[in-house]
Design a protein around this ligand. Structure first.
Ligand SMILES: Nc1ncnc2c1ncn2[C@@H]1O[C@H](COP(=O)(O)OP(=O)(O)OP(=O)(O)O)[C@@H](O)[C@H]1O
Ligand SMILES: [Mg+2]
Length: 306
């Protein structure tokens, strides 16, 4: 098979470069400053994160990838305030994060809905906890449930929903509290490829329509490229920043772009970083290009907020 000459992942069209210039001129929502995390374990201290620094701008979509155990979940848990830094700090809107707060929404891989509450009650829960009257919470919850396309299922219980639907409820519940940033740790990791593709398109559509900044962890290189403005690539032992890549794929994104030159050039770079050539042969199986979503045709665009 003939080798296709790919452009450099660093090459950006004028439109993509202009979009990044606009994005970087927006205010900084999240600043991670020389963050380090050491865990105590029976085998001695484990340095999970070392000297992690990056900034995320308003309405930016950042994906985080890296080998298993490189500290991705530790990073997001620290941003959420569920872990405290061993060194460095995390600033959200310029204020240091020391504990969980309603300014950060979380969505994890496991289904974390309350099984005894309906979809509507699950989404209302946080709103009622933060003091909203029942009728107000109900109205707002329904708006978010509609936004994730589950209006018909508002009175259903979690066990009556598919995995993808449950994750959509989790997203609605996280967004209902109107966080500044949505923190997602492999939220679609347990879903089949087709559902996953739909969820990705659905998430881009939501992100496009509201003022939300997203930090999204994934193992899936295609997912990262399809979703992200920038991809933070971590390396393991200890978890450090390998590279922060500006995705040169134009928006609106579409599944056809999976086989486009910018997409493939970015994927090649990510594979070099995640699976360096010294890896043993087993890693080749993981490197195979997955194109299960090429048939999907949902498009998405980032509208500027200015
Ligand atoms: N509570 C803990 N106590 C001790 N060590 C921990 C703790 N939590 C995480 N670690 C260690 O920190 C490192 C990073 O773990 P983490 O779960 O953040 O990695 P990850 O990148 O999310 O991995 P995966 O891709 O498998 O989800 C690992 O070596 C892990 O064993
Ligand atoms: Mg993890």
């Amino acid at each position: 098979m003939a080798q296709i000459e790919l452009p450099s992942y660093l090459e950006q069209s004028e439109a993509v470069r202009a979009r990044f210039d606009r994005l970087k001129s927006r205010e900084v929502i999240l600043e991670v400053d020389q963050l380090g995390k050491v865990f105590d374990s029976p085998q001695g201290p484990v340095m999970a994160l070392r000297d992690i620094s990056f900034k995320t701008h308003r309405r930016e979509f950042v994906c985080v990838i890296g080998p298993s155990g490189c500290g991705k979940s530790t990073l997001i848990r620290t941003l959420a305030g569920l872990e405290s830094p061993s060194s460095g700090r995390v600033l959200l809107d310029g204020r240091e994060v020391t504990e969980p707060g309603p300014d950060r929404g979380m969505v994890f891989q496991g289904y974390t809905l309350f099984p005894w509450l309906t979809v509507k009650r699950n989404v209302m829960f946080g709103l009622q906890m933060s003091g909203h009257a029942q009728s107000v919470a109900e109205g707002e919850a329904m708006d978010w449930i509609e936004l994730v396309g589950l209006g018909r299922f508002a009175e259903s219980y979690p066990h009556q929903l598919s995995g993808g639907m449950k994750q959509r409820v989790a997203i609605a519940r996280a967004l209902a509290n109107q966080p500044r940033i949505l923190l997602m740790d492999e939220p679609f990791g347990a879903l089949d490829a087709q559902t996953r593709g739909k969820m990705q398109a659905n998430l881009l559509e939501i992100w496009r329509n509201i003022d939300i900044t997203i930090l999204f962890i994934t193992h899936d290189l295609d997912e990262a490229i399809y979703l992200a403005d920038r991809i933070l690539v971590l390396k393991a032992n200890p978890g450090e920043v390998n590279e922060l890549i500006e995705v040169p794929v134009p928006r609106p994104r579409s599944a056809e772009q999976f086989i486009g030159p910018e997409f493939l050039a970015t994927k090649k770079r990510l594979e070099e970083l995640i699976h360096p050539p010294s890896d043993d042969d087993d890693s080749d199986a993981l490197n195979m290009v997955r194109m299960t979503r090429v048939g999907d045709s949902v498009e998405n665009g980032l509208e500027e907020i200015e």
